[in-house]
Ligand binder design. Structure first.
Ligand code: AMP
Length: 340
């Protein structure tokens, strides 16, 4: 594996592969890698000839300076993990390489997908920062496929929008959320939780599970489901920053679940901001405590993302009471794929 720091080096390294017709996969990350990132990397490794992992803590998407300053960084460990996973190129540019003096362009998706929830909670600059850096990484790498996690569901919807709107020649593939054995969604920020906070963080998967079970049992009122999820959080003394039931493709609010819907939430546990989500649909309860069976799977037969797939499968794979030491993933969680 080569660690590259400049766009010039990256382009030079990829050019011969591109000329030879190799498929290039990109996994954008902010580092402090965990099993969630590694599931994306493994998927890329399975499907692509050349795998590039970018490691860049993007200052422009942080709305709080303190969050940026204490964001976990572990490049040496990340390099070891990516090398072990068979990555070809670790692209780890400096802030100056990505935003050189005079940099003055930004990319912004202007619709409901960026205005609500994460967009509202973190401010317009957050998704502007995400869209700008993802567009730049796609332009720098020019991958055939880029891999993202369902954990950041709203981010994926926004990125699909920008890829479609800008006619970027890349396929976006989404992989299921990877969870700790107790159900907590893996996140680089989990490392910042103290033991008491780590325990209280279980409020998030517990709230999602309670609502998924109820919707699985036939409840169709978003209000009732949100109340249940809210009660689930309250039992752990956790206040939601937002808690909403939305259309998985557009993030527009839903009042009745006459189709699959996404329950999304953000909450602070101590000073650590966590997000999570779960698909709500009638079959959810059947899979809620099923052991994980695997990671990303490709869904065939769709092209264009005017109507991207909803996040795949019944259930969200939270096995809060599971005793297995292994990592839990979304059972049957299929990646969302589209071409642009
Ligand atoms: P980050 O480093 O947090 O910006 O994440 C890089 C990529 O990994 C994003 O596409 C995330 O959605 C994805 N990701 C983060 N956590 C998980 C997880 N627990 N399961 C699956 N994907 C994840």
């Amino acid at each position: 594996m080569r660690t590259l720091r400049s766009v010039g080096e990256l382009r030079a390294a990829l050019a011969p592969h591109r000329r030879a017709g190799a498929t290039i996969g990109l996994v954008p990350t902010m580092g402090a890698l965990h099993e969630g990132h590694l599931s994306l990397i493994r998927r890329a490794r399975e499907r692509c000839d050349v795998v590039v992992v970018s490691l860049f803590v993007n200052p422009s998407q942080f709305n709080e300076r303190s969050d940026l300053e204490r964001y976990p960084r572990s490049e040496e460990r990340d390099a070891a993990l990516t090398a072990q996973a068979g990555v070809d190129v670790l692209f780890a540019p400096s802030v100056e390489e990505v935003y050189p003096p005079g940099f003055a362009t930004s990319v912004e998706v202007l619709d409901v997908t960026t205005a609500r929830l994460e967009g509202e909670a973190r401010g317009a600059a957050h998704f502007r920062g995400v869209c700008t850096v993802v567009t730049k990484l796609l332009c720098m790498t020019q991958p055939d496929v880029a891999y993202f996690g369902q954990k950041d569901a709203q981010q994926v919807v926004v990125i699909r929008r920008l890829v479609t709107d800008l006619n970027l020649p890349v396929r976006i593939e989404t992989c299921p959320t990877v969870r700790e054995p107790d159900g907590l969604a893996m996140s680089s920020r989990n490392a910042l939780l103290d033991p008491d906070e780590r325990e209280r963080a279980l409020a998030l998967p517990a709230a999602l599970r309670a609502a998924a079970e109820l919707s699985g049992a036939g409840e169709r009122s978003a209000e009732v489901l949100l109340q249940t999820a809210g009660d689930g959080l309250a039992r752990f003394g956790v206040e939601p920053e937002y808690l909403a039931i939305v259309d998985p493709d557009t993030f527009a609010a839903l009042h009745r679940l006459d189709r699959p819907a996404l329950l999304v939430l953000a909450a602070r546990v101590g000073d650590v901001r966590l997000i999570d989500n779960a698909l709500l649909e009638p079959a959810a309860v059947e899979t809620v405590s099923t052991e994980a069976q695997g990671g990303c799977r490709e869904r065939h037969g769709r092209s264009g993302d005017q109507t991207p797939d909803h996040p795949g499968a019944p259930g969200f794979g939270i096995a809060v009471t599971g005793s297995s030491r292994s990592t839990h993933r979304q059972p049957q969680g299929e990646p969302i794929t589209c071409s642009a």
